[in-house]
Ligand binder design. Structure first.
Ligand SMILES: Cc1ncc(COP(=O)(O)O)c(C=O)c1O
Length: 330
């Protein structure tokens, strides 16, 4: 049935779960792999969910009002979502952008009218980052200070409960209901950890036997300016980092996964290119990392016949100039 919508915010979520049958067949996999295609969100990524939830919750709590300025630090997708969804709600958006983010993302945020700064240019941030006892919180303290000095609302996706809530109340029930509760394994990647904590908690409450598996990049595949090897944009290492530098949600709520599997950028790129051809599913680098893990997990004989759900956080178009699809010919 066709209908109209009041604003882009009403279009967030309810993304499709699609079985990747071509990929399963090509790799002779006996498990069923379902991609949760978050690029169906209004700005093309999973981050629309948290941007909408964080803005609406802050409005409901009286923390922001139309005309205010919202600021956050991001590797791009959250900035794009805040910039776009802030427009119909009447907010100005300032983004402190992490290093190594693709030029497309900068352009998209500017197109929505956002003001961009390099994260390292936030006063005090470079010093905080080089402090020997730096923690995730101490790294973000200069952001909070900068926001308050300028009268901005620091929405802070890394420590905002509405981030996890968006996944617990949205992403997770969508997955669970689409498969009539028959979810055996959930695979995600991690930036803030919001997806993992929100979806993971919901699925475990429904079925304690569900396995939650985290895909993480190896250190060499973390984005940094000037790097030439394949990078996986938008996500972080979770295991093997100094304890203080673990993302805030992990410190607060624990490391709630059953297994972590590390993949390289090169592995992820191969899989990302493969699934575009096998299923017409055009995904970003972090989704390709998660699908690489799905391929490993689906190959295990004990997982034959099981339903594996893989988060696909965004689409491939934002990586045309910088990563996975740059070298694709013909
Ligand atoms: C491309 C991409 N994939 C995955 C994630 C991970 O999402 P989360 O912050 O929920 O851990 C992010 C964001 O951090 C992202 O930008």
């Amino acid at each position: 049935m066709s209908r109209t919508y009041n604003s882009l915010i009403d279009l967030v979520g309810n993304t499709p779960l699609v079985e990747l049958k071509g990929f399963e067949k090509n790799n002779s996999l006996k498990a069923n792999i379902y991609g949760k295609l978050e690029y169906f969100n209004p700005t093309g990524s999973v981050k629309d969910r948290i941007a909408a939830r964080m803005i609406l919750d802050a409005e409901n709590e009286g923390l922001i009002h139309p005309g205010d300025t919202i600021i956050d630090n991001t590797s791009g997708n959250t900035g794009i979502s805040l910039a776009a969804l802030g427009v119909p709600r009447g907010y100005k958006v300032v983004i402190a952008i992490e290093a190594g983010v693709s030029p497309e993302r900068h352009q998209i945020m500017r197109a929505y009218g956002a003001e961009l700064h390099e994260l390292v240019d936030i006063p005090g941030l470079a010093e905080a980052a080089s402090a020997p006892d730096a923690t995730f919180q101490s790294l973000l303290a200069p952001m909070a200070k900068y926001a308050s000095e300028n009268g901005y609302y620091y929405i802070n996706q890394c420590d905002n409960a509405s981030n996890i809530k968006a996944h617990y109340e949205g992403t997770a029930p969508e997955i669970y209901e689409a498969l009539d509760g028959k979810v055996d394994i959930f695979i995600t990647m991690s930036g803030t950890g919001g997806t993992l904590h929100g979806v993971g908690r919901y699925l475990k409450e429904k079925n304690p036997d569900v396995q939650i598996i985290l895909a993480q990049p190896d250190a060499a595949s973390l984005p940094a300016p000037g790097k030439t090897e394949p990078q996986i944009d938008g996500i972080m290492m979770v295991s093997g980092v100094p304890e203080g530098l673990a993302p805030i949600f992990y410190k607060k709520y624990g490391f709630n996964f059953d297994e972590v599997i590390t993949v390289t950028g090169a592995q992820a790129y191969e899989v990302g290119r493969e699934v575009a051809k096998s299923d017409g599913v055009f995904i970003g680098e972090s989704s390709a990392a998660a699908l690489t893990v799905a391929k490993i997990v689906a190959s295990r004989p004990e997982n034959s016949g099981k339903n594996i759900v893989v988060m696909m956080a965004d689409g491939g178009a934002k990586y045309l100039s910088s990563g996975m699809f740059k070298q694709v010919q013909e």
